[in-house]
Every structure is written in C-alpha cells, then in structure tokens.
Design a protein around this ligand. Structure first.
Ligand code: ADP
Length: 232
C-alpha cells in the first residue's frame, strides 16, 4: 500500500478494547475507548497508575494492537498495513516524546533531532533546515553540537520535542513529558509543548500526572474503569 497519504490531521478512535492474559486471569484494561481529534487539538489523559494510560498510548502509537475497535490516523487504519508499511507510516505520521527523552548519548543535539529521517536515507538539506528551525523554536539554537550529557533535563526534553516534530507528524504522543523535571523546568517544557504542536498543526495527546500540563491543554479526560471520561 502507498503510505504517502496526505496528512489531514485527523484521529478517529472507536470502541477500543484491550485485555492482558496473565497466568490465572484476564485483565480488561481498556473497555470502550473512543476519541475524535483534529489538527491543532490537544488532550491530556490523566488517571491513577495502573489504569491503562500507557496501554492506550501504545495502541495510539501503533506499537501494539487492540483486541477490538479501530484507530484511524489521517483516514488510514494502520493495522491494515503490513509491518514495513506500518513502520513507515508510524515514522511519518506519529511523533513520540518520552519521559526520559530517549536521546542517543553518542549523537549531538542536531543529529538526535534528525534521527526520524534516517529511515529514509541520508538527511536532506530540507531536513537540516527543519531541524535548525525546530531547535531555534525550542530555544536551543546555541546547543547544536552539545551531547545529551552536556544538557540540562529541560533542554533534553526540548530536543525530544523538536525530534518528535521533524517529520511533520499529524499526531504527537507524549508520555509524562514533564515527569522527571523540577517545577520551573517543567513549566518551560509545558509552554513549548502546548504551543509548538499547535503551531505545526499536529494533534497532541499527553499522558500526565502534572495538573499544570493537563490544565494547559485544550481537553482533559480521565481513564476510569477502562473508559475515557471528560474531566470538568
Ligand atoms: P498506566 O500507564 O495507567 O500506569 P498501564 O497501561 O501500564 O497503566 O497498565 C494497565 C494494567 O495493565 C496494569 O494493571 C498492568 O499491570 C497491566 N499490564 C500492562 N502491560 C501488561 C502486559 N504486557 N502484560 C500483562 N499485564 C499488563
């Protein structure tokens, strides 16, 4: 299948269910999760530990498959793709931001930002220009050649945000992006995280325990008994 589908910036999730089978019983983690978001939307998913937030993020990131229900990103059901097309689709349509940034320690800042394009061969001038622009917009234009260990925690997380945006994904998934940061640094990262995906027309979904990050996003939903419920 041709995975060069246009990025219409749409996420449609319907009736997602997921259970895990353990030695003696099945754990129903997601029972009936539905969502509809479009370009520029942002959603915080909150809830106590163990309620299935990471499970949901993995399914949305196409890293795991649901038992039932469907996910359509930019009009495509990624689970209908074969493994190779799925990984290409994931690489160009979804950006990931992890709590502990997952930067490669031996690569400098700009090389880390360019990682997502390496699946398509050598970075082009367009990729370099975009990486430059993104690093400038996260306030790191004077850190291009630093290694991750030469950066503060907040700077590393901002590199991870720039990296997630490199391929202009429609969907950005963030797992506790401010979880390891002190309050002041978390506030700076929150500001970048709430503004940048919106500027780039991406949908942002963040799993977070941070009230401040949750309140900065447009929508908040809590995962309770396997279902998403709006937080008022
Ligand atoms: P959260 O991110 O909200 O803390 P998770 O999605 O990590 O929750 O986990 C939800 C539930 O599913 C937990 O009870 C956890 O023990 C269980 N679980 C998660 N992954 C697996 C797995 N691979 N196999 C079995 N059980 C799992």
């Amino acid at each position: 299948m041709n995975t060069n589908v246009s990025k219409s910036g749409q996420l449609e999730v319907t009736g997602l269910t997921k259970s895990y089978q353990s030695a003696d019983n099945a754990i129903d983690v997601l029972r009936d999760v539905s969502l509809s978001l479009t370009s520029g939307d942002s959603l915080a998913i909150i809830g106590p530990s163990g309620t299935g937030k990471s499970t949901l993020l993995h399914l949305l990131g196409t890293l795991d498959r649901p038992d039932a229900g469907s996910i359509r990103i930019d009009g495509v059901d990624p689970f209908e793709l074969d493994e190779l097309d799925l990984s290409k689709f994931r690489n160009t349509h979804i950006g990931f931001i992890f709590q502990d940034h997952h930067l490669l320690p031996h690569l400098n800042v700009i090389e880390n930002v360019l990682i997502p394009c390496l699946a398509h061969g050598k970075p082009t001038t367009t990729h370099y220009d975009r990486a430059n622009d993104l690093l400038e917009s996260v306030g790191l234009s004077d850190r291009f050649t630093h290694l991750p260990k030469q950066l503060s925690g907040g700077e590393r997380e901002r590199v991870a945000i720039a990296r997630a945006l490199l391929m202009s994904p429609s969907l950005i998934l963030a797992d506790e992006p401010t979880g390891n940061l002190d309050r002041k640094t978390a506030d700076q990262v929150t500001e970048v995280l709430t503004e940048l995906p919106k500027q780039h027309g991406a949908i942002l979904i963040a799993v977070t325990h941070s009230q401040s990050l949750a309140e900065s996003l447009q929508q908040r939903q809590e995962l309770i008994d396997g279902k998403l419920q709006p937080v008022t």
